[in-house]
Design a protein around this ligand. Structure first.
Ligand SMILES: [Zn+2]
Length: 446
């Protein structure tokens, strides 16, 4: 939708204020069913969108947990529908690590501070503001536009997008989805999420023989075995798997022929990773490897008892094309002779998902992003974590992670702030993102 500069100023200000309010609602999802309290933000958004003449549905998926859906009908029922989806929950904080109140939503030197400022209340707020502006204007587009503010993304979407897509597909039905995250300027490119890694979470049960802690000599201590298993998993290198998404990403990084060739060669990729700043290296490593992170260990009952049972939870993230059997094959290799000592329990198995780029949504994003950044190329990228996009991809929709960051925020900063301390976003990025949604809507059905 075409707007004047004055309108864009006003809409950016509305995005800013809504973002502050969403941060202050403190919808912290710690993974438990009772956390989140997304009701607060669902009600707030309901108030924001009231009076537009649309039906607004609020779906309860748990105590204090609700998600909001509203649809603005297009003129042509056969035209593809676009869903703007933002989650309303945020991850917990460690307040000691912050220089400001993580739930204050303060505006300081042109930046809004608070948990959710980049993940992803910035998008949830700008989408709501743009949606409201479009409906208020009365302008109709061929396809429907849906606004979906969803709970529980940060704990895997089980009580949010997953449940609602299973139960309410009639209400959520769409062809295209925009959600977190993308529009990050890196060198001469803008990264936009088109794919995400799969999860292959495993719990490894290790058994030993109980005994008295005062006589450890020659005992079969499950914790000691588990420690060696953890060490082997941490040291395991599954080797790089470099596909066409990876190649596009490397070309986009524009590192010059020598570094690029090394990044495209599984034999030398680690030489380059070692030279990168830590956050970027981590991300680059994860986009080219299946990863294994042993993150939880349970075991032992008493200081003077040799433990006979220990369990280790391993966060495994798979690349597109990898199966559940591949995960187990990796663990077998990583553990070597100790593989026989564990019983493997599958905690979660979901393959990686990806959306193609030869479609009108990608073209609209390319054109829209070229307005503020004519010199940058839009590059499809893989994200290492899961987002709610995957549930829509499983339903056959094309889903991208978008948004737009100003040059003030480097990719390194952005990645550090994601779930990190001192999360914040500059107002210029809010303005660019607000403009982006307006432009995409205008260009999508052209
Ligand atoms: Zn998020």
């Amino acid at each position: 939708m075409v707007v004047t500069e004055a309108d864009l100023d006003r809409l950016t200000n509305e995005t800013l204020e809504l973002l502050q309010a969403l941060i202050r609602n403190e919808c912290v999802n710690d993974g438990s069913y009772e956390s989140g309290h997304e009701d607060r933000s669902a009600r707030l958004l309901e108030n924001e969108l009231e009076g537009l003449g649309l039906d607004i549905e609020r779906y309860e998926t748990g105590p204090g947990r609700s998600s909001l859906v509203t649809r603005y009908h297009g003129t042509d029922p056969t035209a593809p529908a676009l869903c703007l989806m933002g989650h309303t929950d945020v991850v917990p904080v460690t307040p000691e690590g912050w220089d400001r109140d993580p739930f204050g939503g303060e505006l300081i030197h042109g930046e809004v501070w608070g948990r959710g400022a980049v993940d992803m209340l910035n998008l949830t707020s700008s989408m709501a503001v743009v949606f409201r502006h479009i409906v208020k204007s009365g302008k109709r587009y061929p396809g429907d536009i849906i606004y979906f503010a969803v709970a529980d993304e940060e704990a895997g979407g089980i009580h949010g997008a997953k449940q609602l897509l299973d139960e309410q597909w009639d209400h959520l039905k769409c062809d295209y989805v925009l959600t977190e995250f993308g529009g990050i300027p890196v060198s001469t490119s803008l990264l936009l999420t088109t794919a995400e890694k799969g999860v292959g979470w495993r719990r490894l049960h290790v058994e030993g023989t109980p005994g008295h802690g005062s006589m450890p000599y020659m005992t079969d201590n499950a914790l000691v075995t588990a420690a060696e298993i953890v060490r082997r998993i941490a040291a395991y290198d599954p080797g790089a798997r470099l596909d066409s998404l990876w190649e596009q990403r490397v070309r986009a990084m524009n590192l010059g022929p020598e570094l690029s060739e090394k990044l495209l060669d599984p034999g030398s990729i680690h030489e380059v990773l070692a030279l990168m700043p830590p956050a970027l290296a981590r991300n680059t490593h994860s986009c080219s490897h299946t990863t294994f992170s042993p993150n939880v260990i349970h075991g032992g009952v008493k200081t003077n008892v040799i433990p006979d049972r220990v369990s280790i939870d391993v966060d495994v993230r798979t690349l597109p094309g990898e199966t559940s059997a591949d995960v187990d094959a990796h663990l077998k290799t990583a553990l070597g002779d100790l593989y026989e000592r564990v019983r493997t329990e599958i905690l979660q198995d979901e393959p990686a998902t990806a959306s193609p780029t030869d479609n009108p949504l990608w073209s609209a994003l390319e054109k829209a992003m070229a307005r503020p950044y004519p010199e940058l190329t839009l590059v499809p990228s893989l994200v290492t974590g899961g987002t709610d996009s995957r549930f829509f991809r499983q339903k056959g929709a094309i889903a991208f992670g978008a948004g737009l960051l100003s040059p003030q925020v480097s990719a390194e900063d952005f990645l550090m702030r994601f779930h990190g301390h001192n999360e914040r976003i500059d107002v210029e990025s809010l303005r660019l993102t607000t403009q982006l949604w307006l432009d995409v809507v205008e260009l999508l059905w052209d």
